[in-house]
Design a protein around this ligand. Structure first.
Ligand code: Z5A
Length: 217
């Protein structure tokens, strides 16, 4: 029987380079022989992608923060049962663009929903499942927004004010500082080639742990 796979998440504020670096990580890890499943939140299933559309769509009504929180966890429940848990159990690595750290950062830090509400849903939906490693791409908010907004149309989140994204960033950094050591902060304010050098160092660590964990042939 294969060992359980690793669950790796990539996090960060607006425009820090998650999509760009997810592609880089995918290429590097798959090229190193990892059986990798790449996915994202909100989304990752047909149902989840429909929920994502609801969440990102610019609307003329205000979405209640609890409605937003529950939509995110409803998509996450489907994603876990249908995609993430079966892959991990089959020994595959899962690389996920955002997960529950984003919920703490955006819904709790950004919107002001109580941490306790997020914790309750986290336990209900995930049980004891948590990411094994999280790469937090960090850059000053203004830099990320400038990069992201250069792309044109802005979604419902991208239209938030600067202070919202400052709270999001502060929450991520606090979780990295006071968490269990699972979250590795990557300086994403430097040129891409330097960001990717940091990612390669982390990949080396992950791959060496993995080689140790593999059962002998
Ligand atoms: N959300 C939530 O509220 N709660 C939750 O629990 C979850 C999500 C899971 C969608 O996320 C929204 O869902 C998100 C929070 C909410 N909204 N926000 N904000 P998303 O991950 O799909 O969307 P995003 O954060 O808006 O991602 P993004 O804008 O696509 O940004 P990115 O992936 O981090 O950046 P990128 O596309 O890779 O890079 C942006 C540009 O910068 C691009 O032109 C790159 O070439 C350039 N770039 C990247 N790195 C560099 C460096 N180092 N130097 C120079 N230029 C660079």
């Amino acid at each position: 029987m294969s060992a359980r796979g690793l669950f790796i998440t990539v996090e960060g504020g607006e425009g820090v380079g998650k999509s760009t670096n997810m592609a880089f990580l995918e290429e590097h890890l798959s090229g190193s022989g990892v059986d990798l499943l790449v996915t994202r939140e909100p989304g990752g299933t047909r149902l989840g992608e429909e929920v994502r559309r609801l969440l990102l769509q610019v609307r003329d009504e205000q979405m209640d923060p609890l409605c937003e929180l529950l939509l995110i966890f409803s998509a996450r429940a489907q994603h876990l049962r249908e995609v993430i848990e079966p892959a991990l159990e089959a020994g595959r690595w899962v690389l996920c663009d955002r997960f529950t750290d984003a919920t703490y950062a955006y819904q709790s830090g950004g919107r002001g929903v109580a941490d306790g509400a997020v914790e309750t849903l986290e336990t209900m939906v995930q049980g004891t499942l948590r990411p094994d490693y999280t790469l937090l791409l960090d850059a000053p908010v203004a830099m990320g927004l400038e990069r992201a907004r250069g792309r044109g149309d802005m979604d419902r989140f991208e239209r938030e004010e600067l202070a919202f994204f400052e709270r999001v960033r502060a929450t991520y950094l606090r979780r990295a500082r006071f968490g269990s050591g699972r979250i590795r902060v990557v300086d994403a304010s430097v040129p891409l080639v330097e960001v990717q050098e940091q990612l390669l160092d982390i990949c080396r660590d992950l791959l060496s742990c993995w080689n140790v964990r593999q059962p002998a042939p």
